[in-house]
Design a protein around this ligand. Structure first.
Ligand SMILES: [Zn+2]
Length: 223
């Protein structure tokens, strides 16, 4: 039996973290579009070169091309027992196109797991991140603060002052959330209509609790 999984959830909801743990426990490849693009560029595939052309001219890679790249990735040998998609599909047109591509191969997704975290918690989580400009270490003032307030733990950084990156400022996070609600969130209802949606409450709970709920969902599916 294959387990073909899509992870959904807003920025900072923790889908990458969960996908990584699931990959470890269930022996499934954790697939992100970033990794697919990089692999295709490295191997110089024709799809990769096409995508490169769009990226170099500052354009978005069209949905059709992105879907084709993902569809090619999930037929590779390591996906025999299934896969975990993280960060794809990103929009309703991508989700629809991906369904068509899967159907054309007589396949379908088994489950879409949505980690549901409120905007307020996401803002709180992401805006409390601080990074070291020297070594790139990331701290979270609430969940993983440095030993000494405001400076990097790494001895080689010699007390370098931590900074808040522009990506982690509240205004940037709010804008990402707005784009998420507008562009990506409609996918949740789409998979709901297909009967494969499972929602996990991620607000106010630890990543361990979220993972426990995901294990329950997958074990009910026979994993
Ligand atoms: Zn550092």
């Amino acid at each position: 039996m294959g387990l073909k999984i899509v992870m959904l959830g807003g920025p900072g909801a923790g889908k990458g973290t969960q996908a990584k743990r699931m990959a470890g426990k269930y022996g499934l490849p954790h697939i992100s579009t970033g990794d697919i693009f990089r692999a295709n560029l490295k191997e110089g595939t024709s799809l990769g070169l096409k995508a490169k052309g769009y990226m170099e001219s500052g354009q978005l890679v069209p949905d059709e091309l992105t879907c084709e790249l993902v569809a090619n990735r999930i037929v590779q040998d390591d996906c025999g027992a299934g896969f975990i998609l993280d960060g794809f599909p990103r929009s309703l047109p991508q989700a629809e196109e991906f369904t068509r591509l899967m159907e054309a191969r007589g396949e379908s997704l088994d489950v879409a797991i949505d980690i549901d975290v409120t905007d307020e918690e996401i803002v709180e989580r992401l805006s409390s991140r601080r990074s070291c400009p020297k070594c790139g270490a990331i701290y979270n003032l609430k969940f993983g603060p440095p030993k000494q307030e405001g400076v990097c733990d790494n001895p080689e950084c010699e007390g370098e002052a931590l900074i808040q990156r522009k990506d982690d400022c509240e205004a940037t996070i709010r804008e990402r959330l707005r784009v998420y609600h507008e562009t990506t969130e409609p996918i949740i209802a789409y998979y709901g209509d297909q009967g494969i949606l499972k929602s996990v409450m991620g607000t106010g709970v630890t990543p361990e609790v979220v993972f426990g709920k995901i294990e329950e969902i997958l074990s009910a599916m026979g994993a």
